[in-house]
Write a protein of this length. Structure first.
Length: 67
């Protein structure tokens, strides 16, 4: 197994364990909205958005290199 893969899997496991230990309901206020979510959803959602942005940047870099 490559080192990068091992570190990525370890990081995901740490994020999941951390989010499961923080399961309380949290109020989120944004402009005029007030929503209540579980911290698990907030943590995993933020992590997922970060991964998505990273993947999109890598894809963009590969497309630019081909030109």
């Amino acid at each position: 197994m490559k080192l990068k893969s091992f570190v990525a899997i370890l990081f995901v496991v740490v994020i999941v364990v951390f989010s499961l230990q923080n399961a309380e309901i949290t109020d989120i206020k944004f402009l005029f909205w007030k929503l209540s979510f579980s911290r698990i959803i907030i943590i995993l959602g933020s992590f997922s958005i970060g991964v998505l942005v990273g993947v999109l940047l890598i894809i963009k870099r590969k497309i630019v290199k081909k030109k």
